[in-house]
Design a protein. Sequence first.
Length: 385
Amino acid sequence: MTQRLRAQVACMVATLVLSLPAALAAATLVVGPGQGLAQVLQNAAEGDTIELLPGDYRGEVAVIVQKRLVLRGVGARPVLHADGRHAEGKAILVVRDGDITIENLEFRGARVPDGNGAGIRFEKGRLRVRRCAFIDNENGILTANFGDAEMTVEDSEFGPAPPGKRLPHLLYVGRIARFTLSGSRLHGGQSGHLVKSRARENHVRYNQLVDGPGGRAAYELEFPNGGVAFVIGNVIGQTAQTTNPALLSFGAEGAADDREQALVMAHNTLITSGVRPGVFVHLHQARLQREVSTHYVNNLSLGFGVGELGLADITQGNFTATTSVLRDAATGDYALGSAYWLRGRGVDPGTARGVPLAPQAEFTPPAGTRPVAPRTRWSPGAYQE
């Protein structure tokens, strides 16, 4: 082979290697408890997958600096205990930037000096959280305020919050572009909220946001700066010990910017307990100082409470009743009783802002969803089966 031909072949090989998809060059790194998770993360390359073996990871806090990475627990869910440590004074795990996926991990006991310790602190980029649990943290997940960031949380559990803390929100989303929450259970709040989101666009679908025994959260779901919020197919419930009568609050702190303002609610079951009147939805339109587009269809409001007039519009399939219409609310079975007259009394959900409102899934405990078959008749509330 001539020198010129060898050079041509070498050039072709180099070009081929550089053109290979990054996924083909990515590695899978395996780490067990006590084996230095932070060091493994520091040495990982772009696009790698890090698999955590089952067990307890104590004080192994870390920062993810890669632009692309998957961090995944394998088998029985590994547990990351803060044990008094934190990364950068922020969290058990800090996600700096990039396109990051975190799956099948449990985060426990996050505490930091300023009281905002999180299981995960998400700062920038895109974050996907799947099948994770956040227990006894000052915040389960806390995000920064970068306007182009996006976060999706699926099939995860949050709570209970630690007692005696200032504002232990289970899930606190800053002023990011888009937030999606689905198939997740949030419960056991204290003086903070179950979900608080300042995102410009929000999709909250098929979750169980029910504070439950011992819970005394303020809001179950809050959008303090409004935005565009699609709230579809959720069970949202407060206890008699709540520190605020509103289940869902929209715009309490006014608009943070020139964002659109719209609240779309379809097929939710809203439950307030106790003798003090609850507020199913508190819309702070005066504080937002702009018109809020609202759309309520096939919602079911249960208990002693008041709310937006649209939630009582039976022509749009919205009904008010007591928890006696449910199969067994005391045990967490929020489906309609089999013989109850509300079955099939909903309307065609249609669309709002171009988004289909017919539920495609239902929450199933402990976390996750099951599909809902297409149908011609709909019932109000979060459950069709």
